[in-house]
Design a binder for this molecule. Structure first.
Ligand code: GLN
Length: 493
């Protein structure tokens, strides 16, 4: 096994025992990123000096037999919409090209306290708006399994970095599927925690009633490890809930005997790719063999989820993005005729097309005379969607469905058609509207050799149970151990 392929738990053990030195490991990862990433384009910035400095500190602690953190020496990549003190945080937008946050996001602070090594910041769709990472203001990330395909989005850089062995773990954000969908498309494990489980202090806001920070890892145990570090109440984010964080790794092998798994008929309807459907059938067979009961359920308002999401998310985005006016942050237009003209030029030049589209749609939905017809109505339907889940969880312990309706799509294939792109998230969006947790894990491959992900959804704050259910499947299968063979030609830089 190559060094890059170890899980975080394995690496941590080797570091603590002295078998691997953090500085050597970090150097090797930086080298690997420099060689491979020009083809994958997962990173927007690499933090070589800071990473090596941190590695040296951890090395010293180990040599002096001092205590080390929970993630001692483990390399991690961070989506570039999560603030890192003193280091660029661009949201993949030109408007934040020069933004250097004066503080660390809560999750970054916790990672540092637990001795993780931050390798760099990863690419995303501008302001996390998209499902393919093609909307980045800087570059297009490629799917390590096939460079002609998108890695998913919006956290495509983080998913591709873990899949291509350019990091062992990564953080992303999930407003409508941006952790789970790219995890599925890149063949890694992605967790979107419950709304309120992880502090969003320092996460650049998109849709404030939907946003959550989530994890990308090679396997389920690493997801448990990373969630353990980032979860829990934070004084700086009043939406983070003051509820205890369980030990996610303890009892992760509890199994699924007697568990009731709900299969929502609305998630297995027209439009579902045949390979994905077949992979999911095998998943359910496996769970039945392991002693679970598979039960048909209905989530009747599912068909409205995408429409509701694009009103709520855009309305919130239009308000959140009003702060980028060229006065306090980032880019300012060089020529202007007075202050109003300066705002207009700054925003016209600084934002990309998708971001502008959403700001306009969001402002429209919130404007007087339309508010009731759009925003208010969407909020009401959102409640019905949440009610569907509440009802289902009276009958079942979890819900299993595909993460994405297709195994992947080619770069450029959906870029010109926003509606087609929006439908990529049809199975992930309802969980954000309801605030419930979800996990995506590898469960098969398509005929073209692209990974397929399954999704497990659970009740609020039941991440522990989701991880147990996911682990029960993972330990019986080896989809998560398969690695992409990188086939990048040099012309594809
Ligand atoms: N693809 C969805 C969107 O474009 C979700 C994005 C996300 O979760 N950040 O809004």
């Amino acid at each position: 096994m190559r060094l890059f392929e170890y899980t975080a738990l394995q690496i941590k053990e080797k570091i603590i025992s002295g078998e691997i030195r953090p500085v050597d490991l970090t150097k090797q990862f930086i080298e690997q990123i420099k060689n491979i990433d020009p083809h994958v384009q997962a990173y927007l910035s690499i933090h070589e000096d800071e990473a090596l400095k941190k590695a040296a500190q951890i090395q010293k602690k180990i040599e002096n037999a001092e205590n080390v953190g929970f993630l001692a020496g483990v390399p991690i990549a961070i989506k570039d919409n999560i603030c890192t003190k003193g280091l660029h945080t661009t949201c993949a937008s030109k408007i934040l090209r020069n933004f250097i946050p004066p503080y660390d996001a809560c999750v970054v602070k916790r990672l540092k306290e637990e001795d993780a090594i931050i390798l760099g910041k990863t690419n995303l769709d501008e302001f996390a708006m998209g499902s393919s990472t093609e909307n980045s203001g800087y570059k297009i990330t490629r799917n390590p399994w096939n460079p002609e395909y998108v890695p998913g989005g919006s956290s495509g850089g983080s998913a591709a970095a873990v899949a291509a062995d350019l990091s062992i773990m990564a953080l992303g954000s999930d407003t409508g599927g941006s952790v789970r969908q790219p995890a599925a498309l890149c063949g890694v494990v992605g967790v979107k925690p419950t709304y309120g489980r992880v502090s969003r202090f320092g996460l650049i806001a998109f849709g404030s009633s939907l946003d959550q920070i989530g994890t990308f890892t090679r396997d389920v145990k690493d997801a448990a490890l990373l969630l353990q570090v980032i979860a829990g109440h934070d004084f700086h984010d009043s939406t983070s809930m003051p509820v205890p964080v369980p030990d996610y790794l303890r009892e992760i092998d509890a199994g699924v005997r007697g568990l009731r798994i709900g299969i929502p008929k609305e998630y297995f309807s027209a439009g579902l790719n045949e390979d994905v459907h077949n992979a999911l059938k095998n998943v359910l067979r496996k769970y039945e063999q392991l002693g679970a009961n598979v039960i048909d359920i209905s989530l009747p308002h599912t068909e409205y989820a995408v429409a509701v999401y694009y009103i709520v998310a855009n309305a919130e985005a239009s308000s959140n993005l009003a702060r980028y006016d060229g006065v306090r942050y980032g880019y300012r237009a060089s020529k202007s005729n007075g202050i109003v003209d300066m705002y207009c030029r700054t925003r016209s030049e600084g934002f990309g097309n998708e971001v502008k589209r959403r700001i306009m749609l969001g402002n429209y939905a919130l404007s007087s005379g339309y508010y009731d017809a759009y925003y208010l109505k969407a909020s009401r339907v959102r409640n019905l969607i949440k009610g569907d889940f509440d009802g289902a969880f009276q009958k079942v312990d979890c819900i299993i469905c595909p993460t994405s309706p297709v195994p992947g799509f080619k770069i450029g294939e959906r870029a010109k058609n926003p509606l087609e792109m929006y439908l990529s998230d049809i199975y992930t969006i309802p969980a954000n509207l309801a605030g419930i947790p979800g996990i995506s894990l590898p469960c098969g491959f398509s005929k073209e050799g692209l990974p397929i992900g399954m999704q497990i959804l659970g009740k609020h704050f039941e991440e522990k149970k989701l991880l147990q259910i996911a682990y029960a499947f993972e330990r019986e299968t080896d989809f998560h151990r398969k690695k992409p063979v990188l086939k990048f030609s040099l012309t594809q830089k």
